[in-house]
Design a protein around this ligand. Structure first.
Ligand SMILES: Cc1cc2nc3c(=O)[nH]c(=O)nc-3n(C[C@H](O)[C@H](O)[C@H](O)COP(=O)(O)OP(=O)(O)OC[C@H]3O[C@@H](n4cnc5c(N)ncnc54)[C@H](O)[C@@H]3O)c2cc1C
Length: 279
């Protein structure tokens, strides 16, 4: 069985990456930022063979030329597919990658269009249950946003097509500095603009508002989009969950993607799910 799995995995890896025509290419976009640590890169991958990207999909990425003699082929790292653009001929997927110490740090130095090997897609089965809720509250800090963008897009489309129960969506994104909103700004605007029936509200929380932006750029998304609110406050998870819970009748899902290592956010979510079995 295990052998069969390996053979199947290898064949699908070949199918996704080998054949005539141009190979899969990765281009890396760096964002300006005021903090030295935790830089985030946007990695755009033009896939060799198009596939239908589903919310919750993630891939393993290898960049053979990131190490000498193409040895980067033997190093692969998992990343959520944050966004996708699909047409009949091609599929482009976008990853949001936070730089750490190894592969992701070297990725910063990748310039131009790099030959890439994509293993995947994996994941997405969990998403089916999203359609069973009237209200969904998405919460994330920092790079955690990468996991929420496609599920929100999926629910907005499903709402339009009346294939999901959802009628209220809220996203709460906690950020350390104003610079960081550019990681996902274009995707948040796209989500906002496709939400014709106005079920989505986006809150950007900046507890450290006084910290400056590297470009001195004041983000005024509030003026540009009606249902996007930049707020200068700490994240009070109990308050947000309570607000959503009381907002409208119906069952509710709270989904959090936290990168903070102290576990406080998970603790709060668990505490609420014990108190309110419907969450
Ligand atoms: C399903 C999944 C989806 C992810 N999606 C994203 C995403 O969208 N954006 C993002 O920035 N990060 C994401 N990550 C985390 C990302 O895979 C790691 O940050 C990355 O592999 C670190 O590489 P590095 O060599 O620079 O790490 P290092 O600096 O060497 O280590 C930093 C941390 O990453 C972990 N790590 C290192 N290599 C791997 C590996 N091959 N697989 C899993 N963890 C590893 C280490 O245990 C350590 O905790 C995801 C992880 C998983 C499991």
């Amino acid at each position: 069985m295990l052998l069969l799995q390996k053979v199947f995995w290898f064949l699908s890896l070949l199918y996704r990456n080998v054949g005539s025509g141009p190979p899969c290419r990765a281009s890396v976009v760096r964002f300006p930022q005021s903090q030295a640590d935790g830089e985030v890169l946007q990695v755009r991958l033009e896939l060799k063979r198009p596939w239908i990207v589903k919310a919750g999909h993630f891939i393993y990425l290898s960049l053979p030329r990131l190490r000498s003699f193409g040895l980067g082929l033997f190093e692969s790292h998992p990343f959520m597919i944050a966004w996708s653009q699909e047409n009949k001929e091609s599929t482009t997927i976008v990853l949001l990658v936070q730089c750490r110490r190894g592969f992701t740090r070297k990725l910063r130095l990748a310039d131009g269009a790099n030959y890439a090997v994509v293993d995947g897609p994996y994941g997405s089965h969990r998403l089916r249950s999203l359609s069973c809720y009237d209200k969904v509250l998405f919460m994330a800090d920092g790079i955690g946003i990468a996991a929420h963008l496609l599920p929100i897009r999926h629910l907005l489309l499903a709402h339009d097509e009346q294939t999901a129960r959802v009628r209220r969506l809220s996203l709460v994104w906690l950020l350390e500095t104003k610079d960081q909103q550019c990681w996902a700004e274009e995707f948040l605007l796209a989500l906002h603009d496709m939400d014709h029936r106005q079920i989505l509200t986006i809150f950007l929380l900046f507890p450290n508002e006084s910290e400056g932006s590297s470009q001195g750029r004041d983000f005024s998304i509030k003026q540009q989009r009606k249902r996007m609110y930049p707020l200068t406050c700490e994240l009070d998870m109990d308050w947000w969950i309570e607000q959503e819970w009381c907002a409208e009748a119906g069952n509710m899902l709270v989904t959090g993607m936290w990168t903070a290592l102290d576990g406080t956010h998970e603790y709060h979510l668990r505490r609420h799910s014990l108190r309110k079995p419907a969450i």
